[in-house]
Design a protein around this ligand. Structure first.
Ligand code: SAH
Ligand code: SF4
Ligand code: F3S
Length: 441
C-alpha cells in the first residue's frame, strides 16, 4: 500500500463537494494520492452534513464500517470534517472513538499542520468559531468532467427557524469579484465547459459588501465574457433576494442558463412566517410568474418541508396546492427534522412522526407527477444540450447531456460531440429524462 493514500467521502450539498475538492487539493500538495475505495486508503476523511437527522446517521454508519478497516490496520487515520464536525466538535470522539481528527468547516486550510500534529498526538479537534480568511485559498483539485463548482459566497444570515446552516457555516461572506473571475479563468483554462456558482443563498452575493456594484447580476455579466466557458449557472437562490436586474441578466446573457432553484419550503404564508422566510405565498407566486414571463422556457425547481412544527393539515394542503399550481420542474422534499441549536427544534407543537411521513408521501407522489408534466412540456421543442457522455446500445452511440435547465437528455450522435453544444429536438420524455434527435444546421 502506498504510504500516503487518502479517501474522502462527501455527504451533503455542493458546498461540501467544493470543500472536498479543496481538501483533495491540499492533500495532493502534501504528496498524498487519492484512491477510489476506502479499503485502499491510510487516511479516511468523512465530509459530513447535518441538515437532517438522516444525513447525520449516514455519516455515523459509514464511520462504523471504517472502524472495521482500522481494526485490521491500526495505521489507518480517520478524520471527520464538514457541518457535523463544526457543530458537534469533540463530542464526536464519544460517539465514534475510532475518529482521530475532527476539523471544522472553517479549518480546512489548517489541514497540513493538523496532519503533522497527528503524527505525535493521538486525538485532535480543531474547530474555529468564526471563519478563517477564506481568500487564502489553496487550489482545489477539481473532479475531471465538464462542470466545475465555484463557491462565491459562504455562510448564511437568514437563520430560518429549522435550519442548521448558519450555525455550521457561519455568517454570510462574499468573495471579491476579481478573485472569482481569476478562478473562473483558471477553470476555463483547465478545459471545463460549465461553471456552477455556489452559495447557500447565492443571489445574496455582494449584500455584505458596501459597494453596490458588487452583486450577482454584475458578476454574471463579467463571467459571461470568459472564453471557453459555454454555460454558467448558480445555486441556491433565496426567493427574497432575486432582483429584477438578475432576472433580466439571466434572460439577456448568452451563457447564463435559464434555471432557478428557488426553495419555497411551504405554500402557507402562516407557516412561512413561523419559519422566518421573509415572503408570502402571493409574493413567491408573483416572483415565479415574473421569471416565467421573462423566460417562457425557464426551469424552476424548489424545496419543500412537510410537517414543520404547528403545520395544520389545512396549511399542508396549501403546499400541495402550490406544487400543483406552479408545476415546478422538480422539487426536493423532506419531513421536518428537529436540529440542535435551531429554535423550531424545541417548539412544543411538533407534528407526530407518522403524520410527517404521511404528508411527505403525498408530496413525493405529487412531485413525480410534476416532473412528468415538466418533461412533457418540452416535447416538440428544440433545446440546447451540452453533451457529457455516451454509451453504446445495439451498435449505436447514444449521447447523454443536459439542457440549459439541467434536464438529462439522450440522443443519437457521434462521441466526438462530447463537450459541445448541440440543438436537440425533443421527441419523447420519461420521468428520468428527455429523448430527442439532433438538429444540425
Ligand atoms: N439555502 C437554501 C436551502 C439550504 S438547505 C434556502 O434557503 O432555500 C437545503 C434544504 O434542506 C432546504 O431548502 C430545506 O428544504 C431542507 N431543510 C433544511 N433544514 C431542514 C430541517 N431541519 N428539516 C427538514 N428539511 C430541512
Ligand atoms: Fe438555511 Fe434559511 Fe439560510 Fe437557507 S436561507 S441556508 S434554509 S437558514
Ligand atoms: Fe449539509 Fe452543511 Fe450543506 S448541513 S446541506 S453540508 S451546508
Amino acid at each position: 500500500m502506498y504510504k500516503k493514500t487518502f479517501f474522502i467521502e462527501t455527504l451533503g450539498c455542493q458546498m461540501n463537494k467544493a470543500d472536498s475538492e479543496k481538501i483533495s487539493g491540499i492533500l495532493e500538495t502534501l504528496g498524498y494520492n487519492e484512491v477510489t475505495s476506502p479499503e485502499d486508503a491510510l487516511l479516511l476523511i468523512m465530509n459530513t452534513c447535518s441538515i437532517r437527522a438522516m444525513s447525520e446517521n449516514k455519516a455515523f454508519s459509514h464511520l462504523g464500517v471504517w472502524k472495521k478497516f482500522k481494526r485490521k490496520n491500526p495505521d489507518i487515520k480517520i478524520a471527520i470534517c464538514g457541518c457535523i464536525a463544526q457543530q458537534t466538535k469533540e463530542k464526536i470522539f464519544h460517539r465514534a472513538p475510532q475518529v482521530d481528527l475532527i476539523f471544522g468547516t472553517h479549518n480546512i486550510y489548517e489541514l497540513p499542520q493538523l496532519l503533522e500534529k497527528l503524527e505525535k498526538q493521538p486525538k485532535i479537534c480543531s474547530v474555529l468559531k468564526t471563519p478563517f480568511d477564506s481568500e487564502k485559498s489553496f487550489a482545489p483539485s477539481r473532479k475531471k468532467g465538464l462542470s466545475a463548482w465555484l463557491p462565491i459566497i459562504e455562510g448564511c444570515d437568514y437563520f430560518c427557524a429549522y435550519c442548521v446552516v448558519p450555525y455550521t457555516r457561519g455568517r454570510q461572506r462574499s468573495r471579491m469579484p476579481e478573485d472569482i473571475i481569476k478562478e473562473a479563468r483558471q477553470i476555463a483554462s483547465e478545459g471545463f465547459k460549465e461553471i456552477i456558482l455556489l452559495g447557500q443563498t447565492v443571489d445574496s452575493y455582494g449584500n455584505d459588501i458596501a459597494d453596490d456594484n458588487i452583486n450577482l447580476s454584475n458578476l454574471l455579466k463579467q463571467l459571461d465574457k470568459i472564453d471557453g466557458i459555454l454555460r454558467i449557472s448558480f445555486v441556491t437562490s433565496h426567493p427574497a433576494d432575486i432582483t429584477d436586474e438578475l432576472i433580466y441578466t439571466v434572460r439577456d446573457t448568452e451563457k447564463v442558463c435559464e434555471f432557478f432553484h428557488l426553495p419555497m419550503q411551504s405554500g402557507s404564508t402562516e407557516v412561512l412566517k413561523r419559519m422566518k422566510r421573509p415572503y408570502s405565498r402571493e409574493q413567491y407566486l408573483n416572483l415565479v410568474s415574473k421569471i416565467q414571463t421573462a423566460m417562457p422556457d425557464v426551469v424552476i425547481t424548489s424545496d419543500f418541508i412537510a410537517g414543520f412544527p404547528g403545520e395544520t393539515d389545512e396549511q399542508f394542503m396549501e403546499t400541495v396546492s402550490i406544487i400543483k399550481e406552479v408545476v415546478f420542474d422538480h422539487c426536493n422534499t423532506a419531513a421536518y427534522s428537529p436540529r440542535k441549536q435551531t429554535p423550531a427544534a424545541v417548539w412544543k407543537d411538533q407534528v407526530p412522526q407518522e403524520e410527517k411521513k404521511r404528508r411527505l408521501n403525498i408530496l413525493n407522489k405529487l412531485v413525480r407527477e410534476t416532473v412528468k408534466k415538466s418533461h412533457e412540456r418540452f416535447i416538440g421543442k428544440t433545446l440546447e444540450v451540452l453533451v457529457e457522455d455516451f454509451k453504446e446500445e445495439n451498435g449505436e452511440i447514444i449521447l447523454t447531456g443536459k439542457t440549459r435547465g439541467a434536464k438529462v437528455t439522450h440522443f443519437k450522435g457521434d462521441s466526438s460531440l462530447i463537450g459541445s453544444l448541440v440543438q436537440v429536438k425533443i421527441k419523447d420524455a420519461s420521468i428520468w429524462s428527455l429523448i430527442g434527435e439532433a438538429v444540425y444546421t
